[in-house]
Write a protein that binds this ligand. Structure first.
Ligand code: AMP
Length: 311
């Protein structure tokens, strides 16, 4: 895998939730651990490119969590600390780890957050609108100057509460990411490919649908690609897999500076690899212990595993 900086590459700006997550799976439980879509995505991206974060936390957000993001070199000038409580999410998984059950979502400081990008962030060429209220995603998009590539993600919580704004975000993005259930829900359509096609026709040039342990598909006007999930025999906590996938994918594109079909396919495999590590432990535990060698090794394994000859 080549992760050399490309001639046109550059930093990646991510806006999204930074959270305190309380999660239970059949393999363990954590309380108020570091989570949030933007935390997973930025840490994953930091293995490929300079990662910039825009989010808000409350006065109660532990400094040790900020330090974890800092250790990965994530640029935290856009992380605001405001009066009030940090965003909290609680969820659990049963034996089917593909299905997250939300027990609570407390927006807290995100309720009144109006992101204002530091001047130094406004020229960022790559933007990832990670899962958060679509109004905040749009506000970030309004403030960046002519980005080279914009990707967005969302989830059922926002599709139910603000479907029109979710669609507006999709229409203004180059790459739309979402999981299978969310694509079906947004389009009221049970066939995944038909749902992906409908999303594609609403604006973004590329649609990527994540299917949990079953991998991901990518659809553009002239190409279709299916990536397998990396076969893992031990998954402890799938929380953040989708965000990590997106961070790996966008981080790689930001690093290589290309956006052609071949680059997009490599990016999807980078996303797959990063997500496969994220689920091996709770919170960001495994990502924070990860090495570039491990990433390259797993990428190579997927290349080998999916290779087959023509008839
Ligand atoms: P994923 O497992 O990739 O869907 O992402 C789970 C992460 O998303 C958790 O770390 C949560 O803190 C965060 N999250 C859950 N619900 C929301 C929401 N409504 N808006 C933003 N982030 C959320």
């Amino acid at each position: 895998m080549s992760v050399k900086p490309g001639p046109m590459g550059g930093p990646l700006l991510t806006v999204g939730s930074v959270a305190l997550d309380s999660v239970r799976t059949p393999f363990g439980e954590v309380e108020e651990e570091l989570g949030g879509a933007a935390s997973y995505a930025s840490v994953a991206a930091s293995f490929f490119t300079a990662a910039r974060l825009v989010a808000v936390v409350g006065e109660d957000f532990p400094e040790r969590h900020v330090a974890k993001l800092g250790e990965r070199g994530v640029d935290l000038r856009g992380l605001r600390r405001e009066a009030g409580k940090t965003f909290r999410w609680g969820g659990y998984y049963e034996y089917d780890l593909n299905q997250a059950h939300t027990t609570f979502t407390e927006l807290n400081v995100f309720e009144s957050f109006r992101p204002e990008l530091p001047e130094s962030y406004r020229q960022t060429p790559y933007v990832f609108l990670a899962n958060i209220e679509p109004r905040l995603q749009l506000s970030v998009l309004d403030q960046v100057r002519r980005p080279k590539l914009v990707a967005c993600d969302t989830m059922n919580y926002w599709i139910e509460r603000a479907p029109d704004r979710v669609r507006e975000v999709l229409a203004r993005s180059d790459i739309a990411l979402m999981n299978d259930a969310e694509a079906r829900q947004l389009c009221g359509q049970s066939n995944l490919l038909a749902a992906a096609r409908e999303i594609l026709n609403s604006g973004p040039g590329v649609v990527v649908i994540k299917k949990g342990e079953h991998g991901a598909i990518m659809l553009s006007q002239d190409s279709y690609f299916a990536a397998p999930g990396y076969p893992l025999e031990e998954v402890r906590d799938p929380t953040g897999a989708g965000d990590t996938f997106a961070g790996g994918l966008m981080g790689y594109l930001a690093r290589c500076g290309e956006t052609d079909d071949a680059a997009l396919r490599r990016a999807i495999i980078c996303g797959t690899v990063m997500a496969s590590f994220a689920v091996e432990d709770f919170s960001l535990g495994r990502l924070l212990r990860l090495t570039h060698e491990e990433i390259a090794e797993r990428y190579h394994e997927i290349v080998t595993m999916t290779r087959f000859e023509s008839l």
